[in-house]
Design a protein around this ligand. Sequence first.
Ligand code: TYD
Length: 223
Amino acid sequence: MSLFISFEGGEGAGKTTQAAALADRLRQTGIEAVTVREPGGTAVGESIRRWVKGVGLAPETELLLFAAARAQLVAAVIRPSLDAGKVVIADRYADSTVAYQGFGRRLPLDLVSAVNQMATGGLMPALTVLLDQPAEAGLARVAKPQLGLPFDAPAQEGAPGRIDEADQTRFEREGIAFHRRVRSGFLKLAGQEPERILVVDATRPAQHIAELLWPRVQGLLGR
Ligand code: TYD
């Protein structure tokens, strides 16, 4: 039985760990699970990933790049996998665009949702797990030594992000106020769609979170 699940949250919330743990558990029970990350998951998406991690993008460019990566991922991977009866687990999806480009960058929310609608064709997960924690906690978890550009490096138009992901991304370099807006954006979405979006305290141990999610996933799979 096909099922679409996404993990959402700010930086350092543990989405990747939870997505991988859930996929492993599903596979152990004989269920085919496909994990995808955003932006990425297709050749085009991985190229776009480099651009959005770079510097000097206008917010509108950023929005359209994330949307382009998503449109390709939906068409090439997510829909075909669901059609083949698999479980698809996405490490970020459309809610990230609302939270980061809408609330974080302050692009008009109606525009963001129109662009999302185009990119997804209306395909939304049956379950979205929002790994929520204070913005400070997430940033502390992703804090890395500054090996790359200094904070005040001039934005160079059209400079793609380096592939070296040990460097902090543009988003991780944003100030705390940006990340607080992102968090409150996610929480607003959760308030609007409580049936779809399950808010989980991301500061709890990863194992606890995985145990908490499993019955919900089993329920959706009709087990
Ligand atoms: P990534 O290294 O994947 O971060 P994380 O592990 O936190 O997912 O980088 C993706 C970055 O892109 C992350 O900072 C969030 C941001 N993002 C958006 O701003 N909008 C989007 O639509 C998506 C999917 C991601």
